[in-house]
Design a protein around this ligand. Structure first.
Ligand SMILES: Nc1ncnc2c1ncn2[C@@H]1O[C@H](COP(=O)(O)OP(=O)(O)OP(=O)(O)O)[C@@H](O)[C@H]1O
Ligand SMILES: [Mg+2]
Length: 355
């Protein structure tokens, strides 16, 4: 770090004209710099201040919303910052000539005493908070979406366990009981075939419960990881689309952060559902590659493709894919061409960003 005294040394060493140097700082700094009289008449302002406020030399700096709305006695000075030298800065809103008020962080300090008039001159620094607030708002939104997705996933996990361990197991017990009853009914053919029917129905319900439970939260994902869960997903999808050939290839894929695994799983699930529902494809390939820094996943089909412009507002699946990737600070490309198939490609950092 350069101290004040050796800054002068650096200037002389490099033969820098420090007046010109500070002039450049004054012109290029992003904070608005205004010099005003005690009367608040502007005597100087830098380009950033002009850009932010539209003020010019000779204008009077208005009082900010903090001073115009606070309760003050008549003898209290109108400008809080000019009256309180020990207050470094405040956040407030300032009227401008740009037809809008500006959210600003402001500081005021005495910069000079005019020898002729004996009047103080003040340096007012304005920092635009709007951009900063927008960035904070976007970060907060991202955190909230992340929290919602996490909450949804953990609720899914709980429901999946309830369905599997609770409802599924109870139904299984009923089925075993029916089997026993059936054994006692050998001599009553009508009743026996009725019980058989009920048992068959029950078997289908049990299968459905396990499928719902699996779809809510694939247990293999938590236990065995993404590859096993995708293999299971593909096995289930083959039942829905027996003519479609699925291929899954992975490279370097060991276990990842659970949030990354579930998000990649959901992305693949959505993309594959779309292939089955719309693509009329004969072949779909899922390839996943993990290297030292990133995980790439690509799902490509040889189907009829689509035009992104003409599917606006059609569904949420592709939008959710993009949102999930964004939350993981990754990038996503969805390319499709009529009759040339569709490719969904995502790349995400191996480590989940701190949210
Ligand atoms: N692989 C694909 N092949 C052909 N068309 C596709 C493919 N994937 C998506 N589409 C088209 O893009 C549209 C939007 O897909 P998206 O997944 O966003 O919504 P959706 O599947 O219609 O509804 P949702 O996913 O919300 O249930 C689909 O309706 C379909 O027309
Ligand atoms: Mg969809």
């Amino acid at each position: 770090m350069i101290s004040e005294s050796n800054l002068i040394e650096v200037f002389s060493l490099h033969k820098i004209n420090h007046t010109e140097y500070f002039q450049k700082v004054y012109e290029h700094i992003q904070d608005g710099i205004v010099v005003m009289r005690e009367s608040r008449e502007i005597i100087m302002l830098n380009p950033a201040a002009k850009r932010l406020t539209g003020w010019k030399v000779g204008d009077y700096v208005p009082y900010c919303s903090f001073c115009t709305t606070r309760n003050r006695r008549v003898e209290t000075p109108s400008c809080y910052l000019m009256a309180n030298e020990d207050v470094p800065s405040i956040l407030s809103q300032m009227s401008t000539n740009r037809k809008k008020t500006l959210d600003v962080e402001m500081s005021v300090s005495v910069i000079n005493r005019n020898v002729e008039t004996g009047e103080n001159e003040y340096l007012l620094v304005l920092r635009d908070c709007e951009t900063m607030l927008k960035a904070q708002e976007a970060a907060l939104n991202k955190k909230m979406i992340q929290a919602l997705i996490d909450a949804k996933e953990s609720e899914h996990k709980r429901l999946a366990q309830e369905l599997h361990d609770g409802v599924g197991q109870s139904l299984y017990s009923v089925s075993v009981a029916l089997e026993a009853i059936e054994a006692y009914m050998q001599d009553n053919e009508k009743l026996s075939s009725y019980v058989k029917e009920v048992r068959n129905e029950l078997r289908k319900v049990i299968e459905d419960v396990y499928t719902y439970s699996y779809n809510l939260r694939p247990q293999s994902l938590d236990q065995l990881g993404l590859k096993a869960a995708l293999e299971n997903l593909i096995d289930n999808m083959k039942k829905m689309a027996p003519h479609l050939i699925f291929e899954l290839t992975t490279q370097g894929l060991d276990r990842c952060d659970p949030a990354i695994e579930i998000n990649l799983y959901r992305i693949a699930q959505e993309a594959l559902h779309n292939v089955v529902k719309y693509a009329q494809a004969s072949y779909v390939k899922i390839s996943i590659r993990k290297n030292n820094t990133h995980i790439h996943m690509k799902i490509e089909d040889d189907g009829i493709g689509f035009d992104r412009k003409s599917i606006q507002n059609k569904g949420l699946g592709l939008k959710h894919i993009e949102e999930r990737v964004d939350l993981l600070s990754g990038t996503c490309a969805i390319r499709s061409e009529m009759n040339k198939g569709t490719v969904v490609e995502v790349t995400i950092p191996r480590w989940r960003p701190n949210t």
